[in-house]
Design a protein around this ligand. Structure first.
Ligand SMILES: C[S@@+](CC[C@H](N)C(=O)[O-])C[C@H]1O[C@@H](n2cnc3c(N)ncnc32)[C@H](O)[C@@H]1O
Length: 396
């Protein structure tokens, strides 16, 4: 199967699985709270266990908490009144309704989910939310988290609860998160992640995929994808408590997963609940009104390292730039610019040599350089000066 068909097949299975869970009210698998659903009482128990308050739960529309969560991204995000918050894989609307109260009348909470049955369930709950909270600030959009139906740079905070593990293209999810966040915007994700690769029998189990286990990736892979997408301040905190409880769950899916572990192994040897926080770099440093942010400084340093042929400098500033969330594409632009500037005097002298001797050594494509190239073409004397800097600037 080619990679695209494989991705689509995973997506189809996940959509079908969660469509059934939505229609069965979130209790497809058994009486205990799990990522594939539970009874209302057990869902409340799970939510309290992962840090939601009794008041938050009591204020929710009926059925919004389907027991599908594995952490508390709402608490992690520390939402402020007036903010726009986006929930990836919003299910029955659990975190969206909680976030809506936190961002208040001047803010907005948007949920995105690809399963129409989940969306219908969440939308049905909007009326109850409005009546109870007096707020008209939540909405649910049908869509995939890899291609969010959300405008560029329009969101202050992204939350997500036990969803990214289900995506067939997690790197693309991280890239699209970076696209929709405002500069300086933040991510607060709870998910399941792997501490080591799963036994193949579990990795191939469809129920384990729907149950948020088989699609999970290593903690280190999550960190890499977040950084590659340009995020900075990436902090990953494994939380073992959630998975430690799995062994006691009566849920048949989890019992089947446990049965396929090597003798003596327990789920928490392989799987952990993971909190991830990260930030999209701000255009301007938070403590300054200057555009000269640490990221921009590193881009300048990379250019300078290339211009002066300093290999250790380039290696050092490449690492620093990565640390500050600069993407490889941005670094490549800085390198290209530096290479053009560096080559400019060389091209200018070749053009002069061509003119004086009739040789054809200069590169016509390089003649458009705004500093040396233009001067060489317009100077009546034909004496291109680049490379022998004059008193008033590059070309004297
Ligand atoms: C485990 S449930 C979590 C629901 C919700 N976050 C909660 O805590 O109650 C996963 C949800 O993510 C949605 N989902 C999974 N993969 C998705 C994708 N690639 N794009 C959009 N939604 C997705 C499913 O339809 C489902 O509603």
């Amino acid at each position: 199967m080619n990679p695209h068909s494989k991705s689509e097949s995973v997506r189809q299975k996940v959509r079908q699985g969660y469509g059934q869970i939505a229609q069965s009210g979130g209790s497809c698998c058994g009486p205990t709270p799990t990522c594939c659903g539970s009874t209302p009482a057990a869902s409340d128990e799970l939510a309290k266990h992962i840090g939601y308050s009794a008041e938050e739960l009591a204020a929710l529309p009926d059925g919004a908490n389907m027991g599908l969560s594995c952490g508390n991204p709402n608490a992690l995000a520390a939402l402020q009144p007036g903010e726009v918050v986006l929930d990836l894989g919003s299910g029955g609307g659990f975190d969206v309704f909680i976030a809506g109260r936190k961002v208040g009348p001047a803010g907005r909470a948007i949920g995105v989910d690809m399963t129409p049955e989940m969306l219908a369930k969440a939308r049905k709950n909007i009326t109850a939310y409005r009546e109870r909270s007096g707020l008209n600030n939540v909405e649910f959009r049908l869509g995939e988290i890899e291609h969010l139906p959300v405008a560029d740079a329009s969101v202050d905070a992204i939350i997500s609860n036990c969803v990214i593990n289900l995506s067939p293209d997690k790197a693309q999810v991280w890239r699209d998160m970076a696209r929709v966040l405002k500069p300086g915007g933040r991510v607060a994700v709870s998910d399941l992640a792997l501490l080591k690769p799963l036994p193949p029998a579990i990795a191939e189990m469809v129920e384990a995929l729907i149950g948020c286990v088989a699609g999970a990736v290593l903690v280190s892979d999550t960190e890499r994808m977040a950084r590659d997408a340009g995020f900075i301040n990436v902090v990953l905190t494994p939380k073992s408590g959630y998975v430690d409880g799995m062994a006691d769950w009566k849920d048949p899916v989890y019992q089947k997963i446990i049965a396929h572990l090597p003798p003596g192994a327990k789920p928490s040897d392989y799987i952990t609940s993971l909190e991830v926080t990260a930030r999209k770099p701000a255009l301007v440093a938070a403590d300054s009104t200057s555009l000269f942010t640490p990221a921009v400084k590193e881009l300048v340093a990379i250019g300078a390292a290339v211009a002066v042929n300093c290999e250790p400098c380039l290696k050092h500033h490449y690492r620093e730039a990565q640390r500050h969330g600069v993407s490889k594409t941005e670094m490549a632009s800085a390198v290209k610019m530096a290479a053009e500037v560096k080559d400019s005097p060389h091209q200018a002298i070749l053009r002069l040599a061509d003119k004086l001797t009739g040789a054809s050594l200069s590169d016509p494509a390089a003649a458009s350089d705004p500093c040396c190239g233009d001067k060489a073409r317009t100077d009546k004397s034909g004496d291109a000066c680049c490379g022998t800097q004059g008193a008033t600037g590059c070309c004297g």
